[in-house]
Design a protein around this ligand. Structure first.
Ligand code: ADP
Length: 685
């Protein structure tokens, strides 16, 4: 199975701490995106959930941290003295924020003297003047004093009026502004090249916002706007990577903002909620020069607007399967070791590791492939670990509770009482079936832990992995399938290996997207009628129409080619002259897809030509007008279902044969053409 022999994963070397070397099976994607990141190109990662998109980006972030020189920077917000609704946000590069944390208090004009001050001045100076004049006897001195005072007075009046008229704008700045209100605030300090992750739907997180100051809430009403600025991920990612996942949920207006940010390399923060007090606030454009990496599933691309999609240089599709060869099985083993180390799990035995490879094979849907939807595999490993550890824990607690000595103590020891109670609760919770000791009202129980805690020895074994797989707990569809088969299988009227019957055939289906397989009985009845119509029972219209058209054409071909060695008239074969009833018996979920076309078609042909079909087989396969049997999905689940119901044979498309994992206890027949099936399924005389 693997190129190395080992007993448990503890014998294997530790995984490398470099995240990039931990990404398995996506070598091409890693190479392309790495080059994109190095050259500051934007990239879009597409692929199934859990194939490593986020992990790759995290790994690039780690690489980026150690790459090239990076000048740290801080982003600060200051009040705008000219327009308080437009706070000023600056990026300060290269030096510490402490140096700039105190900004100079803006120079404000003093309040100009008012008109009242002027009147008071005129009255006061007139009184002083009349006093001086009364005391002076020389008329020339009187004149000189009057002249001097008039010149000084007019100058003062002129100055006061000037200040009152032209100084009004500057004077509007409140003289009572507190130093705390004009102190700049640090919005963000970036010490290393950033990798910022944001979900596409979280507009505030992505683009930033201005906080609302509610009455009596936080921040308190009157908080200056510059203290309410929240930067967006696009700003925090300046000089680094912005990783946006879940692109399916990205609103169109957010896409436009991101587009603007990509083009201008700067974007202002403004209040996003029109009902908030932040709505009227907008900062100056703030630098945001980042490399954008977005990710999502293949179908999500349709949500992206063309101008944004055009701006993305690299569109990379991640694989969901890899070849099942020695090299990749070793990689899967490396993955197991990584998961154990990264999640602090218990070691795993060799057999359990082999089972994980088989599971990866099953989840890929093919014998020759291994799944790369590794989050699912990781979850299974974690759950198996929980079972292994859980069993050990319950065993050791049972042991602990047996060794516990119960001593009576006085109620007066109140401090001890509380902690003792806690120990009692833990022990009681895990005691297998013993009833709790009755409590005396005046006495408390004290548990003394005598046993030394047992060293963790749990190992993840094959049985733990199988427990998870058998329960189907890792997949909703699997659980629904298991539950369905457990509760409803016995009610299903499916008799395997019965005597041949006209128009009755057993098809195969998969319950849910990745669920279990199931057998579906298809019954067709055809009667001659002047009033031709088709009656569909538990079957989607398209599938039935498709099958009927095919059956009509192919039955004529089979008769004319003498494949069936029967004679029928043209009218006998003309389905337009018949009333047709097709039923997918006891199938309560809508039958979809075309994997039942071969079965439905054979059932119609059997009914039309009145030739019995054998009942010891199930069949799955899509059929085309040439009579070619085409590949289907979920072949392993379908074969398992045929086995479960006890059928001896299963017919599958030849192109699916290399996907088949297990052929034990059933004969798997792979076919390419309808003609090959005829002698296998019809009871011909
Ligand atoms: P995605 O973003 O594609 O949904 P993640 O990167 O979040 O998937 O993968 C989830 C987890 O699954 C990872 O943390 C890792 O443990 C495991 N994983 C997924 N893909 C890989 C991979 N290619 N190589 C190694 N581990 C992987």
């Amino acid at each position: 199975m693997f190129s190395i022999k080992f007993n448990t994963t503890e014998d294997l070397p530790e995984p490398s701490p470099d995240l990039i070397t931990q990404v398995i099976g996506q070598d091409e994607a890693v190479k392309v995106v790495l080059s994109a990141v190095k050259n500051k190109r934007h990239a879009l990662l597409l692929g199934d959930p859990g194939v490593g998109k986020s992990m790759m980006v995290k790994a690039f972030g780690q690489l980026l941290e150690h790459s090239g020189e990076f000048r740290p920077y801080s982003i600060i917000a200051r009040p705008n003295m000219k327009n308080s609704e437009k706070p000023l946000v600056d990026m300060i590069e290269g030096h510490l924020i402490e140096e700039t944390s105190e900004i100079e208090r803006p120079k404000m004009m003093k309040q100009p003297p008012s008109i009242f001050t002027l009147l008071f001045g005129i009255i006061a100076s007139s009184l002083i003047l009349s006093y001086i004049l009364n005391n002076l006897s020389d008329p020339s001195s009187k004149f000189a004093v009057i002249a001097a005072i008039s010149v000084i007075g007019s100058l003062l009046v002129f100055l006061i009026l000037f200040l009152n008229i032209f100084g009004a704008t500057k004077a509007s700045m409140p003289n009572s502004i507190s130093p705390a209100d004009i102190k700049p605030v640090i919005l963000y300090e970036c010490k290393k090249r950033p990798l910022v992750r944001a979900s596409a739907y979280n507009t505030t997180k992505l683009l930033g916002d201005i906080k609302h100051c509610p009455l009596g809430g936080k921040p308190p009403i009157g908080t200056p706007p510059h203290k309410r600025v929240i930067l967006g991920a696009i700003h925090e990612a300046h000089k680094g990577i912005l990783y946006v996942d879940e692109i399916k949920t990205m609103p169109v207006d957010v896409q436009d903002y991101i587009l603007t940010a990509l083009q201008d390399k700067q974007l202002a923060v403004s209040g996003r909620n029109p009902n908030s007090s932040g709505a009227s606030v907008e900062t100056n454009p703030i630098p945001c020069d980042f490399t954008l990496i977005m990710s999502g599933n293949m179908d999500d691309v349709s949500n992206l607007r063309a101008p944004l999609l055009d701006r993305i240089d690299y569109k990379v599709v991640l694989r969901n399967k890899m070849e099942n060869n020695q090299e990749n099985r070793d990689k899967l083993l490396q993955f197991i070791v990584q998961e154990i180390k990264n999640n602090n799990l218990r070691p795993m035995t060799y057999d359990a590791c082999c089972e994980i490879v088989k599971l990866a094979q099953l989840l890929s849907g093919s014998k020759n492939k291994l799944t790369l939807r590794l989050r699912q595999v990781s979850n299974i490993i974690k759950m198996a670990n929980d079972i292994a550890v859980g069993k050990e824990l319950s065993e050791s607690i049972a042991e602990l509770s047996e060794q516990a000595v119960i001593i009576e103590t006085s109620v007066a020891q109140t401090t001890e009482k509380k902690s003792n109670k806690r120990i009692m609760n833990v022990v009681e919770k895990f005691k297998p079936s013993k009833k709790a000791e009755p409590k005396d009202e005046t006495h408390e129980m004290k548990v003394v832990k005598k046993a030394v805690p047992k060293k963790e020895t749990a190992i993840i074994e094959l049985k733990h992995i199988n427990e998870i797989i058998d329960s189907g707990i890792y997949s909703m569809s699997k659980q629904v399938g298991i539950d369905y088969l457990k509760n409803f299988k016995r009610y299903k009227n499916i008799v395997s290996n019965d005597v041949p019957k006209v128009g009755v055939i057993h098809g195969l289906a998969v319950l849910g997207s990745d669920g279990l397989g199931d057998v579906t009985k298809i019954i067709t009845k055809i009667v001659k009628s002047k009033n031709p119509r088709t009656n569909l029972l538990n079957i989607s219209g398209d599938l039935a129409k498709h099958s009927i058209t095919l059956a009509s054409a192919l039955s004529k071909k089979l008769v004319s080619d003498k494949t069936l060695n029967i004679t029928k008239t043209k009218e006998d074969l003309d389905l337009a002259e018949h009333e047709i009833y097709i039923q997918f018996s006891q199938s309560y979920s809508k039958i979809d897809g075309d994997s039942a076309t071969a079965a439905a078609c054979l059932s119609i042909i059997s009914s039309l030509l009145n030739i019995p079909l054998k009942q010891d087989f199930c069949i799955t396969g899509s059929l085309d007008l040439n009579g070619d049997i085409l590949a289907i999905g979920g072949v392993n689940e379908k074969i398992n279902a045929a086995k479960e119901y006890g059928f001896k044979r299963v017919i599958i498309p030849k192109s699916n044969l290399e996907d088949v994992i297990d052929t034990e206890s059933i004969r798997v027949i792979a076919v390419e053409k309808l003609e090959e099936i005829i002698p296998l399924v019809f009871e011909l005389n």
